[in-house]
Design a protein around this ligand. Structure first.
Ligand SMILES: [Fe+2]
Length: 183
């Protein structure tokens, strides 16, 4: 399953990193974050019997069009527009039209705090939100979408992955406004 996604990761990195406007190596929305989102995404795909290809493209594209590490409310829409461009360039070839639409919808809405929707879209959102501990925010079960993501073992493992990472000054709380701005 993961082996089929390895070419996706390679392709995504080859186009996303050179055009990324922020700190790809050490920023809170850069490569380490994308990699952990993909880790969570493939775990959720296995638990929910979803195609991991959607989760893979989401992990490496959803923050690719950020102009800042702050709220940047339009970055999800820009990421979806970017995905359409990559699809037209025949780079995103693994997804059926319906799954490509799911990918775009997941990216458009990923920082709006929704908790209901298509299962693959919710898995994308959860894969991102499980990495909130990197900025000192505890993922909260009520703000996650799928049952495997809400399990305490999943959240605890995700938080352990975020331990030792640089923290923002306002670490240690889980206000919805912060969650929406930082995923
Ligand atoms: Fe993110």
């Amino acid at each position: 399953m993961d082996r089929r996604c390895t070419p996706i990761v390679r392709k995504a990195l080859s186009v996303v990193v050179p055009q990324f406007r922020l700190d790809a190596r050490g920023g809170i929305h850069g490569l380490p974050h994308w990699t952990r989102v993909w880790f969570h995404g493939r775990q959720l795909a296995a638990s929910l019997d979803l195609d991991p290809a959607v989760l893979a493209w989401f992990a490496f594209l959803h923050d690719s069009q950020r102009h800042s590490d702050g709220r940047d409310a339009q970055h999800g829409q820009r990421a979806a527009d970017y995905a359409v461009k990559l699809r037209q360039q025949r780079l995103i070839t693994e997804l059926a039209p319906s799954d490509f639409e799911r990918l775009c919808e997941a990216m458009r809405l990923h920082s709006d705090g929704h908790t209901e929707g298509d299962l693959a879209i919710m898995a994308c959102w959860d894969s991102d939100r499980l990495d909130l501990s990197r900025v000192g925010i505890q993922p909260w079960p009520a703000r996650l979408c799928t049952s495997p993501a809400r399990q305490s073992a999943t959240i605890e493992a995700a938080v352990r992955m975020g331990d030792g990472l640089p923290r923002l000054p306002r670490a240690g709380h889980s206000k919805e406004q912060d969650q929406r701005g930082l995923v």
